[in-house]
Write a protein that binds this ligand. Structure first.
Ligand code: PMP
Length: 440
């Protein structure tokens, strides 16, 4: 047996999550392996999850919660979907990794290429961060240019040159947004505001000849949900073409969630490169990046641009992705998710309009966000006031008390899965109605 009983001796009435958190904080920085999990934005002790099934998670104390985090996006089929679990279990028995090519990676690559028309070739990695890092390297190799342009409020993983905050002014030289990132490492990154054609035009007029790529989340979902005007994204497409720079759509969240062809298909805008993660790995650690053959051909071993990974394309992760995509196709997943999203909107709209303070629902497909901005849902990255943040924290805990698990940050989007049906959405609306009343 483990040493757990000794650890809890004399404190056995403490919740098991709190016990685990104490232990975790001794041996893991902040007690977590990814910062937002620590509940710092909402206060309290993070739940340690012991099990997930369908639309629910169960914490270490055996309490059930209706889950709207979905592991931050991958679990589009819900937790432990039997078809995905069966496929993965079968794959596991054949070995977890070979470090040599295998059939499932070819099948998943064929699936991506067939689904996402701007992608002719794709390479698999183990996270979204790696996917973006690699896409940017190949963009720089292909164009022979150094600068990359990102947008304030978009997140592209934690590679040094992307941990960049906007400086003052419109088109800015970025500043590192994290300690440990040298100024020199972000010297080739420019940061623009979303929703602002003029700022992009102005930057390109000044530095267009040095810009390798513009990277954007076509549906920004990391600073709340900030749907962009199609004209703005079309403008970026035109601008990059005019200056021979590449356009990269970071579809780590939107890819295979907004539909088979991601945000690119919805918007009918073709990027030069796209990055994927989350859904494409069905809950296993997978990322991918792809684009036109002429760009991807720069990668080793055919080309001069190095990129590699011990566990890249491993059979278990590829199988989880394949099983998830199969399920989405077989069960008309994207249509069902769209109608769940529409039902959610119908149920939540009257609840939110009766709230004692302004809360706005932003919803695109199976992604939604409760915006606590009193002024209305923004289209650019906008900070919440302390009072607005405090309202969200109160709502978060009121919902948790009612068995509903929302992302523990006011800036995070919520995720629906195929396991969220009429009963789950009704429960969400009811819990929200009660919770909002308690924090009036
Ligand atoms: N790009 C986007 C748009 C993301 O949302 C994320 C993660 N939330 C990443 C990249 C990084 O992915 P990962 O956490 O798998 O490294």
């Amino acid at each position: 047996m483990s040493r757990e009983p000794a650890m809890v001796e004399g404190r056995s009435n403490r919740p098991r999550s709190a016990e685990l958190y104490d232990r975790a904080r001794r041996v893991i920085p902040g007690g977590v392996n990814s910062p937002v999990r620590a509940f710092r934005a909402v206060g309290g002790t993070p739940l340690f999850i012991a099990r997930g099934a369908g639309a629910q998670v169960f914490d270490a104390d055996g309490r059930a919660y209706l889950d709207f985090v979905g592991s931050w996006g991958p679990l589009i089929a819900g937790h432990a979907h039997p078809a995905v679990v069966a496929a993965v279990t079968e794959a596991l028995a054949r070995g977890m990794t070979y470090g040599a090519p295998c059939a499932p990676e070819v099948e998943l690559a064929e699936r991506v290429v067939a689904a996402y028309s701007p992608v002719e070739q794709v390479r698999f990695v183990s996270s979204g961060t790696e996917a973006v890092m690699s896409a940017i390297r190949v963009a720089r190799a292909f164009t022979g240019r150094e600068l990359i342009v990102k947008f304030a409020g978009c997140y592209h993983g934690h590679a040094d040159h992307l941990l960049v905050a906007a400086g003052s002014g419109l088109a800015t030289f970025g500043r590192p947004s994290s300690a440990g990132v040298p100024e020199a490492f972000v010297g080739c990154t420019r940061v623009l505001p979303l929703d602002d054609e003029a700022a992009a035009e102005e930057l390109f007029a000044r530095e267009g000849g040095r810009i390798a790529a513009v990277i954007i989340e076509p549906l920004p979902a990391n600073h709340g949900l900030l749907p962009q005007r199609r004209a703005f994204l079309q403008g970026l497409r035109a601008l990059t073409l005019r200056h021979d720079a590449l356009l990269i759509f970071d579809e780590v969240i939107s890819g295979f969630r907004l539909g088979r062809g991601g945000a690119a298909e919805r918007l009918a805008i073709a990027p030069d490169l796209a990055t994927f993660g989350k859904v494409i790995g069905g809950g296993m650690p997978v990322g991918a990046f792809g684009g036109a053959r002429r760009i991807m051909a720069r990668l080793a071993p055919d080309g001069d641009t190095y990129q590699a990974g011990t566990l890249s394309g491993n059979p278990v992760a590829m199988t989880a992705g394949l099983a998830t995509l199969d399920l989405l196709v077989r069960e008309s997943g994207w249509e069902r998710l769209e109608s769940s999203g529409a039902e959610l909107e119908r149920l939540l709209t009257p609840v939110l309009s009766a709230a004692p303070f302004p809360v706005h629902l932003v919803r695109v497909g199976s992604l939604f966000w409760l915006s606590f901005h009193a002024a209305g849902a923004p289209r650019v990255a906008a900070p919440l006031t302390a009072a607005e943040s405090a309202r969200f924290a109160a709502l978060f805990h009121a919902m948790l008390d009612r068995g509903v698990y929302l992302p523990p940050s006011a800036y995070e989007a919520c995720f629906l899965s195929l396991a969220h049906g009429h009963a789950e959405l009704t429960r969400l609306a009811e819990a929200l109605r009660e919770s909002l009343a308690t924090i009036a």
